[in-house]
Design a protein around this ligand. Structure first.
Ligand code: C2E
Ligand code: MG
Ligand code: MG
Length: 679
């Protein structure tokens, strides 16, 4: 039985082999398709043992469901065809696998079918991996379609794929790009950069330009990625249109360097430029002048005529300054009503002074806005490199100090820096901001002083006098801040407050049933010259409801000298029905002609002539002269600062109409005054 034993040995070996390969193996006879042999995995995967499976039909082995799937394949193999297919398979435990099935016909030498080999490989893992790739490709495609970034693939610069976004950015159709060299879509000046990036396989983002189909350049941000696929090296690029960002950046850059209102360079830009201008001047040994220009009374224009007029005025001033300057010069707006000019092209300080006076002149030319004449006067401080400083900061600071000094010595002037000005500038600034704060906080109050008729001591008028109720220093007299406020352009606001408050209070007294009397309000020359006093007074009257005949304005003689403005302003006030008093009469540049020329109602004899009425011969003579002058011109004469009875007696003897002073009453707060006038 060697054959038998050989057969057994062969079968044993076959079994060992079959059970140890990682595939499923079976053999079926062709007639009834019954299993003749199966290895362990095959049998067990079909829920059988290697013994029990023998004799079963394929249909029984795989089950009805699978049979429906494989029946056509089985027919093919029975016809002698080699069949290969993939199908899902459910293991007895319920686990789902993918298998690759090979059905191999076993033919004899006459091509007679002896049986069919079944060889099955579990390809589940492979299948899943493939599906993952398919899904990721799908995701990638969707992603590429969804993003607004242009995405392209190229091999050695030849485009192989592009997404819709890229076509939209570039303005091309797909077929116009695919197969073309990427460099065709890039301006020549960027070719080198791009090839460098590709050659070095760089993957960091960079900014470049692309060429739109219409020929214009598009600012883009690019990032390339190198990919190794199927043994090939591909490059993928993502491109973003950054035109909008570039515009925004340019805008921000511009904003950072310019004043929006006037379009002039701002302080930051100017300081930057000044540094290089100075460096140049240092090298060439030339002069540079820094001019600090500050508008006088700008705030009043802004507040009384509105911000739009203020803005328009600033623009106008900016234009005018620029017109005076030369190419090499520079002007910038520092903010508010401050401008800074750099003169880089002049040979002697006198030239700078000339430019300054030209600037003052053009700035002061009235501008018409909405039918109104608006005036901007300026004060200018000048510092000169290298004399007044060798760096931008010092020069600007010194020009600033010179400007303050110019303001203090009467507005509308220019001044050169001189050593020692700087310290006071800082002090002045602190004082100014303190005063502005006081305005904001409402720390100004009015005191009221009675004016009596000399003949019968009846109350005939009230003077409103401003006080600063300083939180630390207490009640502060106007001598401490009025003049300062005038030089710093603050008097307009203070004056406006006083005017309104006096009108309001007077109306309130009348409404409360007190005798109707005129109230006198002191008006600063600065306020008067500004030109819109008439409108302001009218508004105060309208707003408070006070009749104009109950308002008097006290002006100083100096105002009358200012021929240009005074006539129309006084006529305007007179037309309103407001009375005009000349305050501190006798101390100014008295010119009798103007007393006749202008509509004036009252002369207030300055306190200095009243002081020593009893003893000083000259003062007596002056007082008498003023009283007589008033009589001749049919004006009321009022004596200020009457403290003693003998002074009053003297005034009565010489026919003075009215008087005011401690003898009649001190300036007091409104509530005290109410009690006084009732009593
Ligand atoms: P003024 O208009 O000549 O006011 C009279 C000043 O003399 C007041 O000083 C008043 O308190 C003081 N006075 C009154 N009676 C007597 C007296 O019998 N003897 C003495 N020695 N002095 C007397 P005040 O209030 O300090 O004002 C000083 C100046 O400040 C005022 O002189 C006026 O020119 C200015 N002023 C006051 N209030 C205002 C205001 O609201 N606006 C403006 N622009 N200036 C004002
Ligand atoms: Mg007065
Ligand atoms: Mg006075």
């Amino acid at each position: 039985m060697p054959t038998q034993s050989n057969d057994q040995a062969g079968e044993g070996l076959l079994r060992v082999l079959a059970d140890n390969v990682p595939a499923m193996i079976a053999y079926y006879e062709p007639k009834n398709l019954r299993c003749v042999f199966a290895n362990r995995v095959y049998a067990e995967s079909n829920g059988c043992s290697v013994d029990s499976i023998v004799g079963k039909t394929v249909r029984e082995v795989v089950g009805e469901e699978a049979w429906r799937l494989i029946e056509p394949q089985v027919e093919r193999v029975l016809k002698g065809e080699k069949v290969e297919y993939i199908r899902p398979m459910t293991l007895p435990g319920g686990e789902q696998r993918y298998i690759e099935v090979n059905l191999i016909p076993h033919l004899d030498s006459e091509a007679q079918m002896l049986g069919a080999f079944v060889l099955i490989t579990d390809i589940t893992r492979h299948q899943l991996a493939e599906r993952a790739i398919r899904e990721s490709e799908e995701r990638m495609r969707k992603f590429a379609a969804a993003t607004s970034e242009g995405i392209f693939f190229h091999k050695d610069r030849v485009l192989t794929d592009v997404n819709e976004a890229l076509l939209a950015i570039m303005g091309y159709k797909r077929e116009e790009m695919i197969g073309h060299d990427t460099l065709e879509f890039v301006p020549p000046e960027w070719h080198q950069t791009m090839t460098d990036y590709i050659r070095a396989q760089r993957e960091d983002p960079y900014e470049a330009e692309a060429l739109h189909k219409s020929g214009h350049k598009i600012a883009v941000e690019l990032v390339g990625k190198t990919m190794h696929m199927k043994g090939e090296t591909l490059r993928m690029g993502a491109l973003r249109d950054i035109t909008a960002r570039r515009h925004a950046e340019a805008r921000i850059q511009y904003l950072a360097h310019h004043d929006m209102l006037t379009g002039l360079p701002n302080r930051a830009y100017l300081t930057e430029r000044l540094a290089s201008i100075l460096a140049l001047a240092r090298r060439h040994g030339t002069l540079v002048a820094i001019m600090f220009i500050d508008l006088d009374n700008f705030k009043t224009v802004n507040d009384s005529l509105g911000h739009h007029v203020g803005d328009a005025l600033l623009k106008q001033v900016a234009t005018r300054i620029r017109e005076v300057l030369r190419e090499a010069d520079m002007v910038s707006r520092l903010g508010g009503d401050e401008f800074l000019v750099i003169l880089a092209d002049f040979s002697a300080p006198d030239d700078a002074a000339n430019v300054a006076s030209k600037l003052l002149q053009v700035i002061a030319t009235p501008v018409e806005f909405e039918g109104r004449q608006v005036c901007a006067n300026a004060s200018i401080g000048i510092s000169v490199f290298p004399r007044d400083g060798d760096n931008a900061d010092d020069l600007i600071r010194h020009a600033d100090a010179a400007m303050y000094s110019a303001k203090e010595h009467g507005r509308g002037h220019s001044r050169f820096y001189a050593p020692g000005l700087s310290d006071t500038a800082a002090e002045t600034q602190a004082r100014e901001s303190r005063l502005r704060e006081a305005l904001r906080r409402g720390e100004f109050v009015l005191f009221y002083q009675p004016q009596l008729r000399v003949s019968d001591l009846r109350l005939v008028g009230i003077e409103a006098l401003v006080r600063w109720r300083h939180p630390d220093r207490g009640l502060t007299d106007p001598s401490e801040f009025i003049e300062f406020a005038e030089t710093r352009g603050l008097i307009d606001e203070i004056g406006q407050y006083v005017l309104r408050e006096a009108c309001r209070q007077n109306k309130a007294w009348q409404d409360a049933g007190l005798a109707a009397l005129p109230i006198s309000v002191n008006v600063s020359a600065v306020q008067f010259r500004r030109g819109d006093l008439v409108a302001e007074v009218k508004r105060a009257l309208d707003d408070t409801g006070l009749e104009s005949r109950y308002l008097e304005l006290e002006l100083t003689e100096g105002i009358l000298m200012d021929q240009d403005t005074v006539g129309s302003a006084l006529a305007g006030l007179r037309a309103l029905g407001v009375k005009i008093t000349i305050d501190d009469f006798g101390t100014g540049y008295s010119s009798l002609s103007y007393l006749k020329r202008y509509p004036i109602d009252k002369l207030k004899i300055d306190r200095s002539f009243i002081d020593d009425l009893g003893t000083d011969e000259d003062e007596r003579a002056i007082a008498i002269a003023i009283i007589n002058l008033a009589k001749t011109l049919k004006l009321t004469a009022l004596a200020e600062g009457v403290e003693r009875q003998e002074q009053l007696d003297f005034l009565r003897a010489h026919g003075c109409d009215e008087f005011q002073g401690y003898l009649a009453g001190n300036p007091v707060p409104a509530e005290v005054f109410t009690a006084f006038s009732r009593g």
